[in-house]
Each structure stands twice: as structure tokens, then as C-alpha cells.
Design a protein around this ligand. Structure first.
Ligand code: ATP
Length: 297
């Protein structure tokens, strides 16, 4: 039995449906199990529901219908010490823009309690300890944030595309680190990404999400073997363009067709906005002023 077939699921989602305040349904009747030691790649178009799902798994959002268990507990009701969520809010945290030295920041998040891990992450993410956070590039800032976020050993790591501004070398080293972690410790990673470079052999599981529904869930090799892809991509690794990327391109093209023309949706919304504007509910002149301003520049 491989490690990814371990019996106790790290995450169990059972008939989960989630509606945003206001009634828009974000997730429809989702069910899946993820084992400890797994690395799951969430694949879906913009707006498919990846962040919504990750936020529920992180316990940041309450799901009222269906059940979610992370390490056997309801993530919303239990403070799960071993769950680390690095998502969009985390990425835009203003604290890391102040004039603060990197060692101070790392100590403030418990770096001194895990010196070996801290030093390994500093090395992997190529962080310069002399940096001050108000005077670094976006990618450098993200590297420091990732050292901070990954410092404490986690059991479940939820990553919502926070590697987008890393250079390819650092991203590849980070993925290798996550692979070592999930192979050597009792832990699992769920990673939402739009970038498939270097990911061909990384995930142990794929989840394809479209308009809040899971369309596919399983091992990449099984999914690829059962999917008709362009002839050039029939193995997991294919020279410059991986089968995984081909699979994602196929899924997202089909999803786009399934969603239908945005024009139709837009026309409906536009009618609604114009009506609100007439009613005084929304002032479109503010948008006109904004566009005039941006053109003038
Ligand atoms: N507060 C909200 N109220 C209503 N609908 C929302 C709200 N937040 C998000 N949505 C909608 O829910 C859907 C899923 O959003 P979500 O952020 O989960 O997508 P995503 O797959 O993470 O997209 P991306 O790849 O762009 O990050 C989108 O259609 C979005 O417009």
C-alpha cells in the first residue's frame, strides 16, 4: 500500500453545500476524502470555487449543509492547531511591509522554537536575513512570508495560489520541500494554483472544480489515462508541456463552454445595474470618473 492510500483520511468532505450571504451558491454537494501524506492540486477556472473550499477547510467560513472534517474535527468549531492556511488575505497582510528586519519577523512567529526548520526554509526560499521588509521586491516579500507561514510544522497545509510571484527556481525548491514534508511526516497539502510548470509529478491527487461542483477527483495518472488528450501528452511528463497542463487546458476549455457566453450573463447584470442606477441605488458616474482619470494618465 502506498502512503497515499493510508486508511485515516486527513480531510473528509461529505455532501458539502455552501451559500454566500445573499444566497449565491458557491459550492454544490461536494464530497471527497484526502489521506494523510497526500498532495492535492485543486484545478479550476477563476471563480470555480477553489478559495471558497479552502476557506471552509481552514475553518474560516461556516458550511451549514453537509459535513467537513479536518483531522476528525469540524474546522469551524475547533481551533485546529495543525492547520495552516496561506491564502489571499494572508498574502496581503500589511505587517510585512513595515521597516522590520527579517530575523525580528521570524522570531515573532516562533522561529526560535524551530531553528533547524527556520534555517532550512531560509535556505530553500533564499531569504537574505539582512533584508528590511519595506525595501524588498514583491517576490522577496512573499519568500519571507512563506518562511513565516511554513515555520511551524503543520498537519494540513492549505495553499491558495501564494506562489505566483516566486521565481521558477524558488518555486521548484518549495514544491520539493512540500513533497519531502508529506512523504516524511504525517501531513497533507491542498494547493490551488493556475501555474502548472514543474507540477507534472508533484500531486498525488487532482480535484477538478467547476462552478462549485467537483467534476473529477483522483490520482493524476488514472485521470490522465482515462482522458482523451492531444496525442503529444500521453504520459505524466512530456518535454516542455506536461500532460497535467494539457489536462487543465482541456478541463478549463470544456468548463468555459459549459458556463456559456459571459455576454448573456453580463446583459442580465447590466439590466439590473441600470435599474438600480435609475432607482438611485448605484452611482455609475463614479465609474465614468475613474475611467476618465485612468485614461488621462
Ligand atoms: N462574498 C461573495 N458573495 C457572493 N459570491 C461570491 C462571494 N465571494 C465569491 N463569490 C463568487 O463565488 C465564486 C467562487 O469564488 P472563489 O473565490 O472561490 O473562486 P476561485 O476558484 O478561488 O477563483 P480564482 O481562481 O479567481 O481565485 C465566484 O463566482 C465568485 O464571484
Amino acid at each position: 500500500m502506498s502512503v497515499t492510500d493510508a486508511v485515516i483520511p486527513a480531510i473528509t468532505v461529505d455532501h458539502l453545500t455552501y451559500a454566500f450571504p445573499g444566497g449565491v451558491v458557491g459550492l454544490h454537494d461536494i464530497s471527497f476524502d484526502l489521506a494523510s501524506h497526500s498532495r492535492t492540486l485543486l484545478v479550476g477556472a477563476n471563480g470555480a470555487g477553489k478559495s471558497t473550499l479552502l476557506r471552509i477547510l481552514a475553518g474560516k467560513t461556516l458550511a451549514k449543509a453537509g459535513s467537513v472534517r479536518v483531522q476528525g474535527c469540524d474546522p469551524f468549531r475547533s481551533a485546529l492547531a495543525g492547520v495552516t492556511y496561506l491564502g489571499t488575505e494572508w498574502a496581503s497582510n500589511a505587517t510585512v511591509r513595515h521597516d522590520m528586519a527579517v530575523p525580528v519577523l521570524l522570531s515573532s512567529v516562533g522561529g526560535d522554537a524551530y531553528p533547524d526548520r527556520r534555517d532550512e526554509l531560509v535556505e530553500i526560499l533564499d531569504v537574505d536575513l539582512a533584508w528590511h521588509m519595506h525595501a524588498v521586491s514583491d517576490g522577496e516579500r512573499r519568500r519571507v512570508q512563506l518562511v513565516m507561514g511554513l515555520l511551524r510544522p503543520w498537519s494540513i497545509l492549505l495553499l491558495d495560489e501564494v506562489t505566483v510571484d516566486l521565481d521558477v527556481l524558488v518555486r521548484s525548491r518549495l514544491l520539493a520541500f512540500l513533497e519531502r514534508e508529506t512523504s516524511s511526516r504525517d501531513c497533507a497539502v491542498v494547493y490551488a494554483s493556475h501555474i502548472f510548470d514543474g507540477l507534472a509529478e508533484w500531486p498525488t491527487n487532482l480535484i477538478h472544480i467547476h462552478m462549485g461542483r467537483i467534476l473529477e477527483c483522483g490520482k493524476p495518472a488514472d485521470i490522465i489515462a482515462n482522458t482523451s488528450l492531444p496525442k503529444r501528452a500521453t504520459t505524466l511528463t512530456y518535454n516542455s508541456n506536461s500532460a497535467l497542463l494539457e489536462l487543465a487546458l482541456k478541463w478549463l476549455s470544456e468548463d468555459l463552454k459549459d458556463r456559456g457566453r459571459r455576454e448573456d450573463v453580463k446583459r442580465l447584470r447590466w439590466d439590473e445595474i441600470s435599474k438600480n442606477d435609475k432607482d438611485g441605488g448605484m452611482n455609475l458616474s463614479a465609474f465614468d470618473a475613474y475611467f476618465k482619470f485612468s485614461r488621462a494618465r
